[in-house]
Write a protein that binds this ligand. Structure first.
Ligand SMILES: *Cc1c(COP(=O)(O)O)cnc(C)c1O
Length: 396
């Protein structure tokens, strides 16, 4: 467990230690460093933070000061980003699902870049955001991702050509192609396949006399601090992923021209490891299940509806700061509500937890900075959403 705490930045560790109530702590300096690391790994790539991963004003403002833009999914998100100081030219409407009114509202805010994946949506953009630039999203399998995004978005290569031609014919600017390989993508191969698919479409468009100026390689970059189902570090192959992306960009420029610019929309990667939840033990109980087996259940004050929405797909590192080096028992970890989904999925097996935990003992949930605040309910079962605090005001 000492090994676990060395994973925490000093400011996060200090904030968690000091907290005597439940909360989410975000380390702005850590988030800034992640942004800088990404720029070093992928020089020249325009970063559009997928704000749904952590729609916190201070986070948006600090990334905006560093030069990042945002990927927004609704007029309300885009408005929040504008309010926090993100430049409108660095924002795009990345959701292919939007009503006429959503498009008109975004256009009124000054948004000129829109993702799309259908002829119907293109016609609506032409009507309500005349002259806008469009990015056609290509579908991906989502294979290799812990949180896949396939099916709902994107079109086939052949349809993408049609969609972009229709956009041109309706007075829009066909600007780019986009892909999303699925969230917490663990394989470099996923980007390799995505690049191949983009290259095919660019070649086909080129043969029809169409030249695009952008490729958006989406989100999906993994957080580093989750565990696998056996409780071991997940250890995503970051060097390989970045190498494949860099090589992919070179290749695509070769296919379509050196003018091609690249965008990425990381969400999870930017914030997950720089946020942590301070929760507490509600109860450690031992119960007999329907099969007669006795099993430990650790009920925490935070669960699926107040900060750990992804707990059935991801396994977080838990730290019990008052019980270091204690004797452990294997337990199912669950949240506090009356919903049976409010638990780590059994597929993930059991988590070793100190045997003598008592109600009120603090628990730290590491790498929980992404998709925690945005997915909280207003207070399902009366369990209030967790407040957030920042470890510092960020560097100037
Ligand atoms: C959610 C989302 C992202 C961010 O995905 P991560 O896996 O968190 O990086 C990026 N782009 C789009 C269009 C999204 O919907």
């Amino acid at each position: 467990m000492t090994e676990t705490t060395t994973q925490l930045s000093a400011p996060l560790l200090a904030a968690l230690t000091a907290a005597d109530e439940d909360r989410i702590v975000l380390d702005l300096a850590g988030i800034e460093e992640r942004y800088e690391a990404l720029q070093r790994e992928l020089p020249g790539v325009h970063v559009r933070f997928a704000m749904k991963a952590c729609p916190v004003d201070e986070v948006l403002a600090c990334l905006a000061r560093k030069g990042a833009g945002v990927d927004g999914a609704s007029p309300r998100e885009l408005e929040q980003a504008l309010r926090t100081g993100v430049r409108v030219g660095r924002m795009h409407y990345g959701n292919t699902v939007k009503s006429d009114r959503d498009i008109a509202d975004a256009y009124r805010l000054g948004i000129r870049d829109f993702a799309t994946d259908s002829l119907e949506d293109v016609a609506a953009i032409a009507a309500h955001a005349p002259g806008a630039r469009v990015f056609c999203r290509l579908s991906t399998s989502g294979e290799g991702a812990l949180w896949g995004l396939s099916n709902k978005f994107g079109c086939s290569p052949a349809d993408a050509v049609q969609v972009l031609e229709a956009a041109r014919d309706q007075g829009l600017t066909p600007s780019g192609l986009s892909v999303h390989v699925g969230s917490q993508q663990m394989t470099a191969d996923a980007w390799h396949s995505a690049v191949e698919c983009v290259a095919d479409v660019l070649t086909e468009l080129g043969s029809r006399g169409m030249t695009l100026d952008h490729v958006n390689l989406g989100g999906g970059l993994p957080a580093l601090g989750y565990l696998d189902r056996f409780g071991l570090p997940l250890d995503p192959p970051m060097d390989k992923i970045f190498a494949v992306i860099r090589e992919g960009m070179r290749y695509l420029r070769g296919v379509h021209g050196d003018h091609l610019e690249f965008v990425m929309e990381p969400g999870r990667y930017m914030v997950a490891d720089h946020g942590a939840i301070r929760a507490q033990v509600a109860r450690l109980s031992e119960r007999r299940g329907p099969d007669g087996e006795r099993q430990y259940w650790l009920y925490l004050s935070a669960g699926k509806f107040n900060g750990l929405y992804e707990m059935d797909a991801l396994q977080y590192r838990l730290v019990f700061p008052t019980h270091r080096d204690a004797e452990c028992v294997p337990a199912v970890v669950a949240g506090p509500t009356c919903d049976s989904d409010d638990a780590y999925h059994h597929e993930h097996g059991l988590v070793d937890v100190p045997k003598d935990l008592t109600s009120g003992d603090p628990v730290w949930v590491l790498s929980s900075g992404a998709y925690s605040i945005s997915y909280m309910t207003e207070g399902f079962n009366g369990f209030a959403p967790l407040p957030y605090t920042l470890t510092n005001a960020g560097r100037p």
